[in-house]
Design a protein around this ligand. Sequence first.
Ligand code: HGY
Ligand code: MN
Ligand code: MN
Length: 421
Amino acid sequence: MTNNLHPLGQSILDRAEALARFSDMEGGLTCAFLTPAHRSAQALLAQWMEAAGMQVRTDAIGNVIGRYAADAAAGGDARVLMTGSHFDTVRNGGRYDGRLGILLPIAVVGALHAAGIRLPYHLDVVGFAEEEGLRFKTSFLASSVLAGRFDPALLARTDADGVTMREALAASGLPGNGELAALQAAAVDPAALLGFVEVHIEQGPVLLDKGLALGVVTQIAGSSRFQVRVEGQASHAGTTPMGMRRDAAAGAAEMILLVEARCSAAPTLVGTVGQLQIPDGSSNVIPAACTFSMDIRAGEDGIREAAIADIVAGIQQIAARRGLSAHVDRVRPVQNAPCARWLMDQFGAVLRKRGLPAFELPSGAGHDAMMMQRITDVAMLFVRCGNGGISHNPLETITAEDAQLAAEVFVDFLRHFQPQG
Ligand code: HGY
Ligand code: MN
Ligand code: MN
């Protein structure tokens, strides 16, 4: 289905569609870490990278990394500009979240290669194997390996079927068989990096509302995730008077409303309970336990931390008043990640040269760039999200025209890129 007006953009959309055929579910796109669909997506990305003129390798966590080698004139000690994003998805997700940031650079490298153009630095395109945390409730798993920040405790973490991450890696045939030493050795040398840039669908309505195809990200909001377990007492649904109940689910409901109310109290602050369970619940038994997830984010770490302190204290107060107990486990938080002004300005200059505004906006969603920001300067280019800006949803969409423009801007960025002086 070639769109002659926007051939590069259309080819990116076509590839996103082809990649989305590998799914863990029927009738939608779910691509969780190391499932057969995930391995197939990884193999296809590697194939496309090779066809575009890159040397490809797969690392110990399953990242697929294509290198478009520097111009011979750059010499043997050329440094690396890295770009990329993730190819795993949320459950029943969209086909561009993450994948656009791999497919677009592959298309751009393919065009440079076909035109015989080399860059004065190595360009590494990374398909990060895992960012969403669907299978092992992790955050930024694959980029944490590349950034040398892998948490060894994760190897013992189990998925919903009781398979540990170590077992899943060992069974995968990936280099290193899930050995910690191999995961640690997969870290990149920060001294070799010139920076990390990520192209990503905006996943919100800002660019759409402004009538703009592209935006430059200023910072990526920090986030904290929690697992909460509320415990009460099981008893008979028909005979226990309302005033005598210790209902874990009713307590959890009040706690969820507290998250909603407290996170409505500051502009960039957001709070979400996306998972809620009554383990072994029965329709005629008062819930003895209820578990839920909490995801809290804000544009400033202090605002997020203040909200968390209030919410955790509030959860304990609700539990005490209702005769319940509550255990709040905090998953490792991710701090707010500012983008580097010198890289943002280079995207801005390219946009302005094309007569486009260098519009800047913060990211409320998390990205691989957050983890890479621990070891190198980062920047992000956002591409307009259609359908009201909806994402983490199959309705997520972009146009071939916007993808084309983003690819052209990315080419200009790469060709004019100046390392920090
Ligand atoms: O949750 C996030 O912000 C990201 O999409 N994983
Ligand atoms: Mn996502
Ligand atoms: Mn993403």
